[in-house]
Design a protein around this ligand. Structure first.
Ligand code: GTP
Ligand code: MG
Length: 207
């Protein structure tokens, strides 16, 4: 089950660390044992919101509008097997990639436990500088966050090019040698299981 909300000033609880979700529940993100914060960052149109729908609801939303400022959903990450299951309550914050909302993104991603940096595989090597920009933003505003790097829209790319854009190698060689690198398509569902596994594994590490 998941619930969603568009964040606004009206949506702030009197306790500024609490987040009201539309089902009436309140989650306190100061207590890591209660809720983990995951943020999705990346250029406008790279497929962040669509990826979040695929991950949370298992569907490809046919009509997707640009995200206005920020959008969040509850998500439960599950790790382990049937005998030894660990569950992590999370809120995933989907941010807007459009420049006009750029000043708001740092506010929404503050204190994230995980930052998912997305880029469209269609853009190949051109994504490098954009990725760098999002990493810098994330490191400043969520200094203890772990990183997952997600190439999106694999279905639009030539099979061989997808795994060899060079972008993941470039991140590892020039920016950071930690983090997970995942190729996805929200249309076919390719890589979505790997993404959810990477989220769970990361939460196991930091919990
Ligand atoms: N073929 C294909 N199209 C995709 C995929 N993911 C997203 N799209 C399409 O790309 C367009 C942009 O997707 P969004 O999810 O709105 O992109 P976004 O990153 O959230 O954009 P902003 O909210 O403006 O930052 C939409 O038309 C989606 O249907 C994918 O994996 N494959
Ligand atoms: Mg969006």
């Amino acid at each position: 089950m998941s619930s969603c909300c568009y964040y606004s000033e009206d949506n702030k609880n009197q306790n500024s660390n609490a987040i009201n979700i539309v089902d009436g529940s309140t989650l306190d993100r100061r207590n890591p044992k209660l809720t983990y914060k995951i943020s999705i960052l990346g250029n406008a149109g790279c497929g962040k919101t669509t990826l979040m729908h695929r991950l949370v609801h298992g569907i490809f939303p046919k009509e997707q509008q640009p995200t206005p400022a920020c959008y969040c959903e509850k998500y439960t990450a599950i790790s382990g097997d049937q005998l030894n299951t660990q569950k992590f309550d999370c809120i995933i914050w989907d941010t807007a990639g459009q420049e006009k909302y750029g000043a708001l993104v740092p506010i929404y991603i503050r204190e994230s436990d995980i930052c998912i940096i997305c880029f469209s595989l269609e853009n190949g090597e051109q994504s490098k500088q954009d990725i760098n920009k999002w990493i810098i933003k994330a490191k400043i505003n969520a200094p203890s966050a772990k990183f997952l790097f997600v190439g999106t829209k694999a279905d639009l790319c030539d099979g061989d090019n997808v795994e060899n854009t060079g972008v993941f190698d470039w991140i590892e060689d020039n920016i950071m040698n930690t983090g997970s690198y995942i190729v996805t398509s929200s249309v076919t569902g390719h890589g979505i299981d790997s993404l959810s596994e990477s989220i769970s594994n990361t939460l196991v590490l930091i919990s």
